[in-house]
Design a protein around this ligand. Sequence first.
Ligand code: BES
Ligand code: ZN
Ligand code: ZN
Length: 506
Amino acid sequence: MNFLVSQGNLIAAKADAIIVNLFAEVRAPDGATGAVDLALNGQIQTLITNSDITGKLGEVTVLYPTGGQVAAKRVIVVGLGSALTFDLAAVRTAAAKSVAKARELGCETVATIVHGAGIGNLDVQAATEALVEGMLLGEYKSDLYKATRKSSPLTTVKIIEFDANKIDAIDAGVRFGAAQGRATNVTRDLVNQPPNICTPTYLAEQATALAENSNLSIEILEARDLMEARMGAFLGVTQGSSEPPKLIILRHTPENIPADTKPIVIVGKGITFDTGGYTLKTGAGMLTMKSDMAGAGTVFGVMQAISELDLQVPVIGLLPTCENMVSSHSYRPSDVLRASNDKTIEIVSTDAEGRLILADTLVYAQRFAPRFMIDLATLTGAAVVALGQGQSAALFGTNTQLIHNLQAAAEASGERVWHMPLYPEYSEYMRRSPVADLRNSCNDRFAGLGTSAAFLKEFVGKVPWAHLDIAPVAWLPGGKAVKPLGPTGATGYGVRLLVHYLRNLI
Ligand code: BES
Ligand code: ZN
Ligand code: ZN
């Protein structure tokens, strides 16, 4: 999908459909919608008067112009909801709904205004970003292996603005929105891939291809490198699998910044399939566990986006990836592993594997002398119990500024975070092993979320660090959750959040 920005009048736009909007309170449309309504001889007004359209958020109505005043074949009217609650999230939802309709109608070209840039009073660049993101996310389909899979017919979106003074801001919005939206869909594709395809080796190949097509540099640590680095925790998890583990390192190094600028390191859990190991999951519990590499998928998407945008901040993405399988080589409950910072860990549950591969990776990250370190992981079912499916990620951290900036990025991107406590008692709980420095699980139902973060904290040294448990938001199961911006399955959560965070650091 390409976005073309121009100054002009929507009525004259040649397209398979033009898209206008309607607030719920509006009894007589004005602005661009009003102008189109006049050209339609008041058809929109008639629908409003008869309560046949209400302007409810995401409501989509298709009209067919007669009389030759409107150049396009169709007019799509999308509801923006109440003007009182209108925000960027509403723009994304409206854009996603209208584009899904255009795709269904087989449109190749659509023309739209920027919802909210006029009467909505939103910042023009931010509204454009939300529009473009919503269109890209709304167009996404997860039918990767269906015989009926069709690529979207929609190739061109013309964004038309009457006011020439707004064009620069719209151009900037398209640049950021397109990079963020496309990268989110790349992450979705990685996470939606089945686990027989998306192995650690596949992730390494995809990362290599990304580096070849961008300015990112890449290094891949193999099993022997992990042994050399004495990553006993990571190696314990992977030893049951015949798929070789990888620690993928992607680096974005902007050219014109001082060479000694400290990087931001982002780390993503990349378990390509989590059976639970000998602490075996149930069949139902295993069903969505191909998504246990969503943290790594998000880091991949973030690196793609920031390289495309050439953000002037050095960022290193670390993707530790392996499988958690059952075999005669697998690690057992009661095993004791030694992590690369020499802390020993009693394995209480082989299903608490994510924190083990993250432990060694967080230790490794410290060699880059990071300014901040952020990890993303589908770490606990407890996070889902606490926050619900699809609502918010759980945020932990050791640094007030970092937490605050991530909260601000959540606000701007619409990807929610909720700050949780890191009480010292959680750490004590994890240190209560009779045989080792730490245990990897407490073996009870209590504080599963806080204790998982406290475990990671043992491996971050003095680097200011934040942890995002994305288990609630990385994957949307069918039927249950609210999912305005895409289908069931991978959400690509965190790409927009982290790109916003990194943009605002500059
Ligand atoms: N990958 C799971 C967490 C998960 C569960 C993500 C459900 C998404 C949906 C993780 O490896 C795990 O199994 N965690 C255990 C930790 C426990 C043993 C301390 C859990 O949540 O039960
Ligand atoms: Zn697990
Ligand atoms: Zn897991």
